[in-house]
Ligand binder design. Structure first.
Ligand code: ZN
Ligand code: ZN
Length: 352
């Protein structure tokens, strides 16, 4: 935790800020370990102070590390400890997290310090995963794979998407929680990339897309597989093969130093070449960590470059309106030599 706070302090110097107010709970957790629902952190070039309210004063004694701790009234922003800003002329605030209402509340109280809406410096630090963080992501992925293996046994005609998503959630809850809304999309619903599990009943010939991940000890996993109930149509079978090939094209270029957009384009160009590009309307992937969507982005518009320590998803998909769709998503860890695929579940076409 101390190292993470130091890294932020170093970034402050580079950004010509004297201090930074951390308001995202995810960023706060990353910096000091706090897992509660109300917290705020002031990091200056030489100090780090965590604030919370009475409800958490016991919890923070053991949980929060590497900084001073203070208990304030519940509305941390209304009674901001202005006196602790001594010597801080330029205070960065997280413009993508601090609400306008809170920004105004702060501005009314803070007279001598300039509030500077800043980019998310902690999110940038979070991008490079330590081996311990990767182990936590892998652990979440193992639980995801176990839940997936169990739910496959329940697939038969008449079962609803919701039946399957509830079983997955039940499995996740033994260890943690779903990292995002569980997607179980069958038949024509699978043509909607972000369909939620509904009341549709499975029938023979369906494709069924599962996009699932859980969060354990703060860290997320993310995996997509499409399986078939009974023999798929020839068209869907070909789509499956195309998506798998597209994913392999993208995986083949993953290594440190490669522009993220080239990874996206490797999959996209392949699908374009075989005439399916117009059915792949989203970007290829995203970073995964304390949040299921973080940096970097594997998108055709990305100007980021892959770095050692990135954990990213690679998830091409092809969606045919009215017929169904296929998406295959793995999570990979970028290493000096290339990458390690953190996803073990088979990608062989599975007909149940
Ligand atoms: Zn996913
Ligand atoms: Zn994803």
């Amino acid at each position: 935790m101390v190292n993470r706070i130091r890294a932020l302090q170093k970034a402050l110097t580079e950004k010509k800020l004297d201090g930074y107010l951390v308001t995202s709970l995810t960023n706060i957790r990353y910096l000091c370990g706090f897992t509660g629902s109300n917290g705020m952190m002031l990091v200056t070039r030489s100090r780090a102070i965590f604030y919370t309210d009475f409800r958490y004063q016991e919890q923070v004694k053991t949980e929060v590390k590497g900084c001073a701790k203070r208990v304030l009234e519940r509305d941390l922003y209304a009674g901001f400890p202005v006196e602790e800003l001594k010597g801080v002329r330029r205070l960065g605030v997280e413009k993508s997290h601090l609400t306008l209402a809170r920004f105004e509340l702060l501005r009314q109280q803070i007279k001598k310090t300039k509030l500077i809406p800043s980019e998310d410096l902690v999110l940038q630090l979070r991008r490079k995963k330590s081996p311990q963080e990767v182990a936590l992501i892998e652990n979440a992925q193992r639980v995801t794979e176990q839940a997936f293996a169990r739910v496959l046994k329940l697939i038969k005609p008449g079962v609803t998407e919701k039946d399957l998503s509830l079983e997955i959630e039940f499995q996740f809850r033994h260890f943690g929680e779903p990292a995002f809304g569980i997607i179980v999309a069958s038949g024509e619903n699978a043509a909607k990339p972000h369909a939620r599990a509904g009341n549709r009943r499975l029938k023979r010939g369906d494709c069924i897309t599962f996009d699932i991940g859980c969060r354990i000890d703060g860290y997320c996993s993310d995996m997509t597989r499409t399986v078939f109930l009974g023999k798929p149509s020839e068209e869907l079978r070909q789509v499956y093969e195309a998506v798998l090939n597209a994913q392999n094209e993208a995986l083949a270029v993953i290594k440190p130093g490669v522009p993220c957009k080239l990874v996206d384009l490797a999959a996209r160009d392949y699908l374009n070449r075989i005439g399916l590009g117009k059915f792949f309307g989203h970007s290829l992937g995203h970073g995964v960590g304390l949040e299921v969507h973080e940096e970097p982005r594997l998108a055709k518009t990305s100007n980021q470059t892959l770095e050692v320590g990135d954990v990213v998803t690679v998830e091409p998909g092809v969606y045919l309106p009215g017929k169904g769709g296929v998406r295959i998503e793995d999570m990979v860890y970028v290493t000096r030599k290339g990458f390690i695929d953190l996803t073990r579940t088979s990608k062989k076409l599975l007909i149940l």
